[in-house]
Design a protein around this ligand. Structure first.
Ligand SMILES: O=C(O)c1ccccc1NCC(=O)[C@H](O)[C@H](O)COP(=O)(O)O
Length: 209
């Protein structure tokens, strides 16, 4: 099985185009103001115009109000919602939209309990735990905590970059990988070479299976 690739925290149309041209399966837009990768609705509209057919547009939220998600959905044609905070399953399911849930991993039980609790999600994103941040930390976690048995598609995130993603794919065999900081020059600024190197590396290791 090929691991799909999501590039998260895209803020500019040209970055979305480069990612899509190089083979990204999904683009993430961060609707969380404290993030250095946050986009306004106006910026998101421009980014989405640059995303071709068959590339999934993912909207990322952290403990949003229901009204805020609805406002975003009215303006931005998101294919998928990604909830990165302490949202409940009831909250996540109410938008009549496919969704994924992120979990910050301290131990294997965090992953197994999230699989059970968020069984209606269409994927579980596993990310590094940092008490001060909900995501986008640039930190890896110990991938040996990830169970072999996965009731939902598993999306691996946290500190991935073109140097370690092949090892991650070989070891974890995730449904998808998700990257943000590892393809930036600095927080919030994507680097086209780092994005294409990352995509090529996943494509290379995918071919070996
Ligand atoms: O990217 C952010 O700033 C962010 C802030 C708050 C919650 C989630 C956030 N990003 C979520 C992602 O999908 C990232 O790609 C994922 O956490 C991995 O980030 P990184 O370790 O920088 O690759």
């Amino acid at each position: 099985m090929n691991s799909r690739i999501k590039i998260c925290g895209i803020t500019k149309p040209e970055d979305a185009r480069v990612a899509a041209d190089a083979g990204a399966d999904a683009i993430g837009l961060v609707f969380y103001e404290p993030s250095p990768r946050a986009v306004s609705l106006e910026a998101a509209e421009e980014v989405v115009k640059a995303i071709p057919a068959f590339v999934t547009v993912v909207g990322l939220f952290v403990n949003p109000d229901r009204a805020f998600v609805e406002e975003v959905l009215k303006r931005i044609p998101l294919d998928l919602l990604q909830f990165h905070g302490d949202e409940t399953p009831e909250f996540c399911r109410q938008f009549n939209r496919r969704w994924i849930k992120a979990v910050r991993v301290r131990n294997a039980a965090d992953i197994n309990s999230a699989f059970a609790r968020f069984y209606e999600a269409c994927g579980l994103l596993v990310d590094a735990f940092d008490p001060a941040h909900y995501g986008g930390t640039g930190k890896c976690f110990d991938w040996t905590m990830i169970p072999e048995k996965r009731p939902l598609p598993l999306i691996l995130a946290g500190g991935l970059n073109s140097d370690n993603v092949a090892r991650a794919v070989e070891q974890v065999r995730p449904w998808a990988v998700d990257v943000s900081g590892g393809v930036e020059i600095r927080k919030g600024v994507k680097d086209h070479k780092r994005m294409t190197d990352f995509l090529k590396e996943v494509q290379r290791v995918n071919k070996t299976y």
